[in-house]
Design a protein. Sequence first.
Length: 282
Amino acid sequence: MRFTKMQAFGNDYVYIDAIHQKLSNLPELARFVSDRHFAVGSDGMVLICPSDKGDFRMRMFNPDGTEGEMCGNALRSVGKYVYDHGLTDKTGLVIETLGGMKRLNLTVTDGKVSDIRADIGEPGLSSRVIPVNTDRPDFIGQDVTVLDRTFRMTAVSWGNPHCVMYVDSVAGLDVEKYGKTIEHMTVLFPNKTNVTFAEYVARDRIKIREWERGTGETIGCGTGCATAVVAGVLNGILDRKVTVEQIGGPLLIEWDEASGHLFMTGPSHTVFEAEIDASHIL
């Protein structure tokens, strides 16, 4: 079986063509290609599958073998994978995910995808998406005490839950200490949550650090970037077009007022490709 490791300015995933080969025992396969078992240093496994609804279907698995809903960075790299590997010659794609149908526009340079713009849809803010102990209709700017400090949190969802809070500086923050605690605050987030810490720089620029549920601190997260921008716009400190600086590189996030959709733009690159023997799993 051949896999490709790609980094989408934030997340590293292992991508596998599930169109031309039959795969089974997917949870065990996901664990095998994760950094815990096969040492490829991945945030998870993404399968490229056929779709009756769109151009391709994306299935995403976490390193522990559980299936995830949708990741903006994983979605963007799907576009690069299918074009660069000759699975399509289209530069406008519709991708089926558990989080709904998503659209990609690819920029091609010298025959390879150099930039990807993803429409990840409308953010969900209703407490019906993320149940919270409040009478407010939306989880926007609520004070939540975490260990020895209080954060003003906003919760956002694209199928997978995220929460964000603005701090004075992300550089010296103990992300593990607070991120792990917030992740497990199941009274607020029954399904556990990804946690984004954000620092305001200017109305069109912020910095973030991301704690990913079940994984730990990551070099970045596309949906985490989008979450931080949504919170900033709702609280009146950000414009609708913002560059988000993260460890893995900057992403441009634009919240379109007319459609309500968020667009995530940035490059992706192939880290390496390799053959692995997974016959004992498949």
